[in-house]
Design a protein around this ligand. Structure first.
Ligand SMILES: [Zn+2]
Length: 379
């Protein structure tokens, strides 16, 4: 397991209390044998599970979209790209975002990792799960398990405040790079300071420390964005400064931007070997990757009405329209039966709703009728 934390969100010190020893699982469970990488872009479906104590704690779909842009911006260096699936585990319509209410949104990862992940998870062979919680103990802002980790479900856990790319996320972790860093761990990368000043020669750099030769060894993590770039190890034959701008370090989001070529190759090799089903074309077809948004997001798919209704209704984009000569009282209820909207009129927009099943109630001149619909894509 990999951890990324902070002493204080306000003052921005990342910290990662778990070292390489924790990765014995991955190393024994997955025969990591670097080989020639495919050159095509590797596509990876991800699902965000938003866990909150009440509905005000769920991030918006726009924040998730913003985070997706950050992931794809930084992983373009490795020719790895992410997408939100259009179809979930059972082939049901989805936006790739789920919302769950639970007290475990206040996350104690030291003892409740499995509890959190058992609230909701999609098959890790087919999706990379990203859980987003409201808070984590010890000021941790993210941690990850690599693909095929046998001690826990692979994926990323993030605190909500670091999700998004300058779109509401909290400075200095506001460029969406905590998710990028953690995803690097999912794909087998270590911190550049793993082990400190080890792997100091061309003969040892591939097997010691972070096992990457084009990230010079680094004695310890750096914070903030120090200048000039520090040089904490003296490797031979060529001494180079620390890889300060590396995405697997601890500096502020605005200070990091690089996956080196060898890090990119390692991630791709690992992904090909540890996640063959995940990146398979068959999976992409099942997840609807190639569907154009307009086609895939068919905003509202109507389910059969539950009764013969005196009033008709129809769907136009994200608008439900009641075919009534004069205003009705329109109420919407979520799958738990909670009223989430009540309005007077003949139409209502559902563009802001999380995806899922809903029940509508129309009342006009004492006549009440119900209908059901599925909201399948929010943006
Ligand atoms: Zn880390």
């Amino acid at each position: 397991m990999f951890f990324l934390g902070v002493v204080s969100l306000l003052f921005g010190q990342r910290a990662c209390p778990v070292d390489k020893a924790f990765l014995r699982v991955k190393q024994s469970a997955v025969a990591f044998q670097p080989r020639q990488s495919q050159t095509d872009t590797l596509w990876v479906p991800v699902v965000f599970h938003l866990i909150a104590q009440d509905s005000s704690g769920w991030l918006s779909d726009l924040r998730i979209a913003s985070q997706m842009r950050a992931l794809n911006r930084d992983f373009a260096q490795a020719k790895i790209q992410f997408y939100l699936p259009r179809y979930g585990p059972q082939g049901e319509p989805t936006c790739g975002v789920t919302r769950t209410l639970s007290p475990y949104a206040n996350h104690d990862w030291t003892s409740e990792e499995n509890t959190l992940k058992n609230l909701i998870q999609w098959p890790p062979d087919s999706f990379v799960n990203i859980w987003v919680v409201n808070r984590m103990v010890l000021n941790t802002i993210g941690y990850a398990r690599a693909l095929r980790d046998t001690e826990g479900v692979a994926g990323v856990v993030l605190v909500a405040s670091v999700v998004g790319d300058r779109d509401g996320a909290q400075v200095p972790y506001d460029w969406g790079r905590t998710a990028v860093h953690e995803m690097g761990h999912v794909f087998s990368l270590y911190h550049p300071f793993e082990g400190g000043c080890v792997g100091m020669t061309p003969q040892t750099c591939a097997t010691e420390g972070d096992e990457i030769c084009d990230t010079p060894p680094q004695a310890r993590p750096h914070y903030g964005c120090p200048s000039p770039v520090p040089n904490t190890c003296s490797e031979t034959p060529t001494d180079r400064p620390d890889p300060l701008d590396n995405l697997m370090g601890y500096v502020d989001d605005s200070c990091m931007e690089v996956f080196t070529p060898q890090q990119a190759a390692r991630m791709r090799d690992f992904l090909i070997q540890a996640g063959p089903a995940l990146i398979s074309e068959e999976n992409h077809v099942r997840r609807g990757r190639t569907l154009a948004p307009a086609e895939a997001c068919a905003a509202v798919a109507a389910l059969p009405s539950v009764s013969q209704l005196p009033l008709h209704w129809s769907v136009e984009g994200s608008v439900l329209r009641i075919h009534s000569p004069d205003p009705c009282t329109i109420s919407l209820y979520d799958a738990l039966g909670r009223q989430i909207l009540r309005t007077e009129g003949v139409e209502v927009s559902v563009a802001h709703l999380p995806e899922g099943a809903y029940v509508g109630r129309i009342e006009r001149q004492g006549i009440v009728q119900f209908f059901r619909f599925w909201w399948a894509c929010g943006w």
